[in-house]
Write a protein that binds this ligand. Sequence first.
Ligand SMILES: Nc1ncnc2c1ncn2[C@@H]1O[C@H](COP(=O)(O)OP(=O)(O)OP(=O)(O)O)[C@@H](O)[C@H]1O
Length: 225
Amino acid sequence: MFKVDFSEGKVTNTTANPLLSTRKLTCIREERILFDELSFDICAGDIVQIEGPNGSGKTSLLRIMAGLSRPYAGDILYKEQPITEERDAYNADLLYFGHLPGVKSELTAEENLDFNLKISGYDGFDTREILSKVNLTGFEEAPAGHLSAGQHRRTALARLWNSDCKIWILDEPFTAIDKKGVAELEQMLLKHAAAGGCVVITTHQDLSLEENRQYKKICLEYQYI
Ligand SMILES: Nc1ncnc2c1ncn2[C@@H]1O[C@H](COP(=O)(O)OP(=O)(O)OP(=O)(O)O)[C@@H](O)[C@H]1O
């Protein structure tokens, strides 16, 4: 595990054959520089945790990396090409899990999963089997609006268990998830990385991945203009 701290200024950490890269990425919100000329690479097998206090810019960074918002300056590269030029290929290889991960309260857990997988282009999956992996057996037909906060989150997370995207960008996936669920999800991240995928994740939880050689932390701190 290594730790890259950007609080001292412009730190660059780049490697060969990256899957995903930031290049001189600068983000300004409300006249505050959240990060400035941020350049780093993420390779197959990497699990990268973006750390920092509330408001330091973690979600902003993830949204820019996912192509959902634009930076003040700089680029995101997918296999060394700007994502603006590789939009379709990048989107097909990206699983983005945001703060509001698209679970409709009026649909059942099973209907939500079915919908989320179908709009991502999957078919031939077994929703009950996938829901069992996130401990939702017995809750398949419950409207998501009647589920507990953790079960609601598990409904959204279930699509990780049926993903062939190499790049996972996960914004606080552990919110409301119990200890056993966190451990299971950590195992899922390790399995994904071992299979040649990569993970970018934010969480305020302590993860038990410190011993993993491919686990990295990037720390964002406040900077002012
Ligand atoms: N679209 C926006 N317009 C203006 N300001 C924004 C916008 N998005 C984020 N901000 C501001 O940017 C700062 C960073 O927000 P961001 O959500 O990236 O932080 P975070 O590190 O993810 O925080 P948390 O740990 O609380 O989730 C905040 O001060 C926020 O108010």
